[in-house]
Write a protein that binds this ligand. Structure first.
Ligand SMILES: NC(=O)NC1=NC(=O)NC1=O
Length: 164
């Protein structure tokens, strides 16, 4: 959808138009309330400013909409469709990589108590596995910062593809 259209939608319709970017209604509503935007750069800047405010609770809420890397993503809704395309590199990954990613995800979840989150678009399976293994050595605070940064990247990428 183009920005002019997004600026003119009702609040409900505008929120529905960006809901797939991130499963945090408060962020969706704050961005909708900040309309009208003069250009896409202003929209992206406000989305990022709001995203900088996220804390651990926001991360937990958002993770509900992000399947594990390498999981077979079921569902036909827009978020599932986006996750499948973002994670498409894992579809071509060989069995060994799939297994290593599965084991890595399990170790990560045992250590940090939540799903490993990474901006998957544009990354190979090997790159994502290397990032997982690197981040396994983070302390809790550093890893929370990294996970929140990845959540911002995914959200802003999805927003950029949705409102042009
Ligand atoms: N656990 C994840 O990192 N999931 C995802 N990353 C993306 O970029 N899309 C996802 O679904």
């Amino acid at each position: 959808m183009d920005l002019v259209n997004f600026n003119q939608l009702s609040p409900q319709a505008a929120q529905a138009a960006i809901a797939h970017c991130l499963a945090i209604p408060a962020w969706q509503q704050a961005l909708v309330a900040a309309r009208p935007f003069a250009d896409v750069a202003a929209l992206q800047a406000e989305a990022d400013r709001l995203a900088q405010l996220w804390q651990a609770a926001d991360l937990e809420q958002a993770l509900s909409a992000h399947p594990r890397i390498g999981d077979n993503v079921a569902g036909a809704d827009k978020e599932a469709t986006l996750s499948r395309s973002e994670q498409s590199a894992m579809q071509q990954a060989d069995g060994a990589l799939q297994l290593a990613m599965l084991a890595g995800n399990q170790t990560y979840e045992q250590r940090f108590g939540r799903v490993f989150l990474i901006r998957a678009k544009g990354r190979s399976g090997e790159e994502m596995l290397a990032e997982l293994q690197r981040r396994l050595n983070n302390d809790a605070a550093s890893e929370q910062r990294e996970a929140l940064a990845q959540l911002r990247e995914i959200t802003l990428l999805r927003l950029k593809e949705s409102i042009t």
